[in-house]
Design a protein around this ligand. Sequence first.
Ligand code: SF4
Length: 366
Amino acid sequence: MKEKIIKIIDNLNDNGKINKKEILLLLTNLCDSENTKLSKIEIESLQEYLREKAYIKSHKIFGNKVYMRGLIEFSNYCKNDCIYCGIRKSNKNAQRYRLSKDDILECCDEGYKLGFRTFVLQSGEDMFFTKKRIVDITSSIKNKYPDCALTLSIGEKNYDYYKAIKESGVNRFLLRHETSTEEHYNKLHPKELLLKKRLECLKIIKELGFQTGTGIMVGSPFQTINNITNDLIFIKKLKPEMIGIGPFLPHEDTPFKDKDKGSINTTLILISILRLLFPFALIPSTTALGTISKNGRERGILAGANVVMPNLSPLSVRKKYSLYNDKICTDEEAMEGLELLRAKMLAIGYEITGERGDHIKHIFKQ
Ligand code: SF4
């Protein structure tokens, strides 16, 4: 079996090829200790074999650069009630806030001075931000900082909304599908949220020419190895430019408060597989990884990730954007936080860069 797994990893590394059966075999043997016949030592050596291939692949393309994105969490109001989410509408303990356009621009000003050339605006699905309001904000940012890339992560919208923000200059859009198995999706979301709608949104985003990001929570309640296999197949077909995956972390004010955390190991294995599948993809080493383990973000980079997203939101609101428990939302000012992250990356031989870091397919389209 060990030889078979090595062959699968080699073929993925050399030719970017892997089929559904092979993904299932790989995941079962590397991530599911109950259903593999391999010994612990064999599993660990295969995990390391995969990690090293992904590390080398990432290094060949991006060198020792890690792109930084300035994250601005501008509203934690949300009309939805996703079961796992700390800012779901029925969480009465969430302290709601909304940043004004001036607040957001101030965050960009500070970020720009610190060298950020990508801003990521993230929020719940806040109905206050109509198409007109959001376009006003995004065009102001693009007018003020034409050399910066702008990413939005604001959930499901209709075609006209996505089109308007694209025309306002927004370059990238993140919409994690979370799981591509309908039965599983329905266990994580209230009945009015449909997987079909989520996938349609992703299709529109891609067709409109956004650099598109999707991804999953690893170890979300009820998730199986089959589900993750389906997710990899889905991602393979979608060909996103950005792929964000992080471990599931429970939030105390949600029905999933007593569920187990996702596994850091499985998350790292998936990052490595995704790096080999998509050598040029922008893959963040997520805040959730940094939350689950002190050196989680470094391990993410060493497993093939190439992006970090320091927080540029004002200190007064950072703790309120609480998607899960113990989220690392440091008490440092943006500059201090960035310096700490820079030091952590330097310690593993990486350098944080302020370059825009567009996906290679989009570099010449700007
Ligand atoms: S996951 Fe997103 S859409 Fe769902 S409740 Fe949380 S913020 Fe809202």
